[in-house]
Design a protein around this ligand. Structure first.
Ligand SMILES: [Zn+2]
Length: 179
């Protein structure tokens, strides 16, 4: 019961954080509908069972079972995850549309804030990306976008990065290769 309340609280808190960040980037609808599948039984109950306040229950389920059904369910329904767009090994991975890349960026920042709480510093998002997310098979241009933007976030802060003008410019420049 305690885990139920805590997990629900964390999902709501995370979604509200993503919503605020997405709004700064002009993506109201992406923010409002972010991660709704977390309320589905498959995702919700596994995450309650493996709840821990300081890391993802998905990681915990993998540690115990070797896999996470909640994650398989989640990444197949949510376009803000690089894994949604994954074809297969040795295929050329797709270019992810702008709105989902930005939603994904907001997700990464919000997740770091939720777990680090008062210790949160912008460079921690880049750190996590360099340790974990950069190994996800995705189009190199998408990775290059995240690297650039998260480095700018670490050096110049949220205001510099989380706005339509900056993000559109970087996406056009790096992902679409046009100026
Ligand atoms: Zn998600």
């Amino acid at each position: 019961m305690k885990k139920f309340v805590k997990h629900l609280g964390l999902v709501n808190k995370h979604r509200f954080e993503v919503f605020k960040l997405c709004c700064k980037c002009g993506l109201f609808w992406r923010g409002l509908t972010h991660d709704l599948s977390k309320y589905s039984p498959t995702e919700f109950w596994e995450s309650v069972k493996y709840f821990s306040g300081d890391h993802s229950p998905i990681v915990e389920s993998r540690r115990v079972n070797g896999y996470s059904l909640a994650w398989i369910h989640h990444k197949n329904r949510n376009k803000h995850h690089l894994e949604y767009w994954f074809d297969r090994e040795n295929a050329q991975q797709m270019i992810i549309p702008y709105k989902y890349v930005v939603e994904s960026l907001c997700d990464k920042i919000a997740a770091t804030k939720c777990y680090k709480k008062k210790e949160y510093k912008p460079y921690m998002v880049l750190d996590y990306y360099n340790r974990v997310d950069c190994h996800i098979p995705a189009n190199p241009k998408i990775h290059s976008f995240f690297k650039t933007v998260l480095t700018d976030l670490a050096n110049n802060g949220e205001k510099y990065v989380l706005n339509k003008k900056y993000l559109k410019q970087k996406y056009n420049e790096i992902v679409l290769e046009k100026n």
